[in-house]
Design a protein around this ligand. Structure first.
Ligand SMILES: *[C@@H]1O[C@H](CO)[C@@H](O)[C@H](O)[C@H]1NC(C)=O
Ligand SMILES: *[C@@H]1O[C@H](CO)[C@@H](O)[C@H](O)[C@H]1NC(C)=O
Ligand SMILES: *[C@@H]1O[C@H](CO)[C@@H](O)[C@H](O)[C@H]1NC(C)=O
Ligand SMILES: *[C@@H]1O[C@H](CO)[C@@H](O)[C@H](O)[C@H]1NC(C)=O
Ligand SMILES: *[C@@H]1O[C@H](CO)[C@@H](O)[C@H](O)[C@H]1NC(C)=O
Ligand SMILES: *[C@@H]1O[C@H](CO)[C@@H](O)[C@H](O)[C@H]1NC(C)=O
Ligand SMILES: *[C@@H]1O[C@H](CO)[C@@H](O)[C@H](O)[C@H]1NC(C)=O
Ligand SMILES: *[C@@H]1O[C@H](CO)[C@@H](O)[C@H](O)[C@H]1NC(C)=O
Length: 803
């Protein structure tokens, strides 16, 4: 009896917890309507997952919409998944959605104009029903469907909803404006599912990567069924053989695939505990690859705080200060015939598409000549590929999709009138950065965070009631229920499967790795995280296998971190090949560098000046990528010469990243990040003084590493010819160099005093001064005085271009 009572009370309790708060209307029958004036006029799906009703989109402007209703009832938190009239909102007064007696479902504005209708006709009884899948269906009482919202998607595809040859997803205009935007997901003529920037007379595909052939992009063009579908477990697959599994594949969750207003296609899953949507896959990690972001004649660049920013080309100004998509216009007269033109080089800048044609094996001079003779040519892209040993010249008729990549080894040459050139060149970097205002909305963050629903008063009372009345049994049942509901996590095997789908990264078995390392015999290094062994994998690749010290972290945490590491890919970062998690064993498998670490090479004196500069630059690029261009923001926290490896061309590759706790963007001041990390000698003062840890800790360590490379002295041991008493040793190297530099006015030979004597005076003085300047700036005590890694890269690159 007590159990019965307990169960009954629990039942009541759950009903109170999960019943939709506002409305109980299930269906709309013939002759009835929902009114925009009554907020209670909402259709709710049987389990309360979705609701449909009038959704406010502006001042006295409403759209008939379906939204995800799960427990979050605050209207500003709602996630809209469909809209009937996104481009034509209706008035808040006297607007109605009515199911007419003739079977037509119509939306009328202000009681007068029909602005949307299903054009259905039926004499039998009909009802409009919202399913728990999010599908709004006009059906006969017998269950036959006449019309369904799943056949007319807007920007979101829900599980089980088919994307077909007749449908497409169209992004919203912006995060707050739901009207149709310029990005589309659809099957194009060769049966391939594509993302397209489509505006007026510009149509520019950007996914799959436009520089790949269909075959390279692993898309199949011969299946013309043109169907794509998402399932609740996290698989999205299409008939062109594109398939992707979300990072949380295997769990049965609420999911949605949304073409966001920033042009990125994202798969979201609903995190029940956190009550928010979490991104579990996205088409592009680097936001600037998406076309049309900044409009013509402008450059998109990545900024960590708010995603991306636009800026005009030098000598251009914004057309409309509230709308970047309109781009920039020249401040000078570009009409042909009136002016004599010249070309201005802009390094590491790429514009994609709108080529007049492509010309291979043209010299730079020939390419210049070509562009100056074409009236349409706005400039050209020139790159020289080392592997292919040929150069490419692409004259452009329109400058769209501009993007600055620190790792892009080509240049863009902008056509400008001869008379304006000196002026433009003297303004150098300044002009390009004027007008940084992005569209007022700021780009989308990766996660949309929803406020937690507070437990409301009734529920609180019920809880007390249960406790008071039920005694131990009830609490017991409640606990059992909690355990039953909460424990089923995804199966491990499923979880690991997805990694393979996203990158070439894979899971190894312990026995495979034991065999590869011949029983963990050849130890090549030992660090904070674990011991590194050399091994040869079954496919004959030589690998560095790091065995992490046991019980570092649970499997969940390990998998989460490994998942992020596996997605990181940059020429100046060690490539990760896989991992192993079995029992208490945690191993990471990465490429092996024959040339050893920077520390080895510095001590054996095998690095001349040129190599040292290249290593400083490459390391900065790698760290900059880690900080800025990855999906997650990764701090390294242990930058030192032992963690920088050199490939056969003495290009640096940073290792051991991602082992530090990973921080998501916006959590930079996370106070939980308290355990000290890093290596004495390279640690930023923030660690010591318990200040917030940001990417600037890596900048500091980088500064120290560069000073070591320049001086040949070991930061951890300190500098012997100066005695600064109480200061920690690592400061000695920095302050020693700084004092020498500041004393430069007095002694001409300050460079000679500090520079590694093993270089025998063979170095470029100007470059050396820049490098030391950058290193000192990086090693500033005050974190805000240090540049970002990207700024450091730019300073070093500027030096390289000038010489
Ligand atoms: C919906 O429910 C509300 C209150 O429960 C009621 O006033 C209203 O008439 C219902 N609307 C329809 C169309 O059934
Ligand atoms: C949304 O954008 C469209 C197109 O620019 C514009 O016509 C409309 O007024 C905007 N709506 C709102 C609510 O700002
Ligand atoms: C698009 O049309 C506008 C005017 O309608 C024109 O100025 C512009 O050059 C066109 N762009 C392309 C790429 O054809
Ligand atoms: C999901 O996708 C993976 C490959 O990406 C495939 O092996 C698996 O069978 C798919 N699962 C379902 C339920 O379609
Ligand atoms: C084409 O793709 C569809 C959907 O993925 C699949 O069911 C069908 O078997 C494929 N057809 C052929 C001939 O492969
Ligand atoms: C700038 O764009 C906005 C929105 O697209 C528009 O309302 C406004 O009139 C434009 N301003 C000018 C000066 O063209
Ligand atoms: C360019 O020149 C290289 C070497 O001379 C040659 O191998 C290559 O095929 C040429 N490429 C083209 C596109 O002509
Ligand atoms: C940027 O926006 C701010 C306010 O949003 C405004 O004061 C400033 O003038 C804008 N700058 C430019 C260059 O448009």
């Amino acid at each position: 009896m007590k159990y019965f009572m307990g169960t009954l009370i629990l039942f009541v309790l759950f009903s109170a917890l999960f019943a939709p708060a506002t409305s109980t209307n299930r269906t709309l029958s013939k002759g009835l309507s929902l009114s925009s004036e009554n907020p209670e006029d909402v259709l709710t799906s049987p389990k309360g997952v979705f609701s449909a009703g009038f959704y406010p989109v502006g001042d006295n402007a409403y759209c008939f919409a379906i939204w995800f209703a799960s427990r979050t009832s605050r209207s500003q938190d709602r996630t809209v998944v469909w809209m009937a009239n996104r481009d034509q909102p209706v008035n808040g007064m006297k607007s109605k959605l009515s199911l007419l007696r003739n079977g037509n479902l119509i939306l009328t504005d202000a009681g007068k104009f029909t602005i949307w209708e299903t054009n259905t006709v039926s004499i039998s009884s009909l009802e409009l029903h919202l399913y728990d899948t999010g599908n709004l269906v006009l059906r006969t009482l017998g269950g036959e469907s006449l019309w369904e919202s799943f056949d007319f998607p807007t920007d979101t595809l829900l599980p089980q909803q088919l994307l077909t040859r007749n449908t497409m997803l169209v992004s919203s205009r912006s995060q707050s404006n739901y009207s149709s935007g310029f990005y589309k997901l659809l099957f194009v003529n060769d049966n391939v599912l594509c993302l397209l920037y489509d505006r007026a007379n510009i149509s520019s595909p950007y996914w799959p990567a436009p520089w790949l052939t269909r075959e390279q992009a692993k898309r199949f063009v011969y299946n013309s069924s043109r169907i794509a579908v998402l399932d609740s477990y996290g698989n999205f697959s299409s008939s062109d053989k594109f398939t992707v599994s979300s990072t949380d594949y295997g769990k049965f969750l609420h999911r949605r695939l949304t073409l966001d207003s920033d042009g990125n296609l994202r798969l979201y899953s609903w995190d029940e505990e956190g009550e928010m949507w979490v991104v579990s896959w996205q088409a592009w990690q680097v936001p600037c690859i998406i076309h049309g972001v900044c409009g013509a004649n402008s450059i998109c660049s990545y900024v960590p705080d708010n995603g991306r920013k636009c800026s005009c080309l030098r000598g251009y100004k914004m057309i409309n200060h509230t709308d970047w998509s309109q781009g920039c216009e020249p401040e000078f007269d570009l009409s042909f015939g009136k002016n004599k033109f010249d070309l201005m080089q802009l390094s590491h800048l790429e514009f994609y598409g709108f080529d007049y044609d492509s010309y291979h094996n043209y010299t730079l001079a020939e390419c210049k000549q070509l562009c100056l003779e074409l009236p349409e040519c706005k400039g050209f892209q020139y790159s020289f590929s080392l592997e292919a040993t040929h150069s490419s010249c692409f004259p452009k008729t329109l400058l769209m999709n501009g993007h600055r990549w620190p790792s892009f080894e080509g240049s863009f040459y902008l056509r400008v009138p001869k008379t304006n050139l000196p002026n433009l060149l003297s303004n150098a970097n300044l002009a390009e950065n004027i007008g940084l205002n992005c569209s007022s909305e700021g780009p989308l963050l990766l996660e949309r965070v929803y406020l937690k629903n507070r437990v409301n008063g009734t529920v609180k009372f019920m809880l007390w009631f249960v406790c008071g009345l039920g005694g131990l049994e009830i609490v017991g049942i409640f606990l059992v229920w909690c355990i039953l509901i909460r424990t089923p996590k995804s199966s491990r095997a499923d979880k690991q499967g997805y990694l393979l789908a996203i990158t070439g990264f894979r899971k190894f078995t312990y026995s495979e790795l034991k065999k590869a390392t011949k029983g963990f015999t050849e130890e090549i290094g030992r660090g904070a995280g674990g011991i590194v062994y050399k091994g040869v994998l079954a496919d004959n690749r030589v690998a560095a296998i790091k065995q992490l010290y046991e019980a570092n972290q649970g499997e969940e945490v390990f998998l989460a971190e490994v998942n992020i590491i596996g997605r990181i890919n940059h020429m100046n970062l060690i490539e990760m090949w896989g991992y192993c998690a079995e029992g208490k064993q945690r191993l990471l498998v990465s490429e092996y560098m024959e040339n050893g670490s920077l520390a080895d090479n510095l001590s054996s004196n095998s690095l001349d000046w040129k190599k040292r500069f290249e290593i400083a630059l490459g390391t900065a690029k790698g760290l900059s990528y880690l900080h800025e261009e990855c999906l997650e923001w990764v701090l390294h926290c242990d930058v030192k010469p032992e963690n920088i490896f050199l490939d056969s061309n003495y290009q640096p590759k940073v290792a051991d990243f991602g082992l530090s706790k990973l921080q998501s963007r916006g959590e930079a001041n996370n106070p939980n990040f308290s355990r000290m990390r890093g290596t004495r000698g390279y640690m930023a003062p923030e660690w010591v003084f318990n200040l917030p840890i940001t990417s600037k800790v890596d900048v500091y360590s980088y500064g120290i590493v560069v000073l070591e490379m320049v001086t040949g002295k070991d930061a951890a041991k300190g500098v012997h010819d100066i005695d600064s008493g109480e200061q920690p040793q690592h400061k000695r190297l920095v302050s020693w160099v700084r004092e020498k530099k500041n004393g430069a006015a007095l002694t001409e030979s300050w460079l000679e005093d500090i520079i590694d004597p093993r270089l025998k005076g063979k170095y470029d003085v100007q470059k050396m001064e820049t490098l030391i300047g950058v290193a000192l700036q990086c090693a500033e005590e005050e974190k805000d005085a240090r540049p970002s890694m990207r700024e450091a890269v730019e300073m070093l690159l500027a030096q390289e271009n000038d010489s």
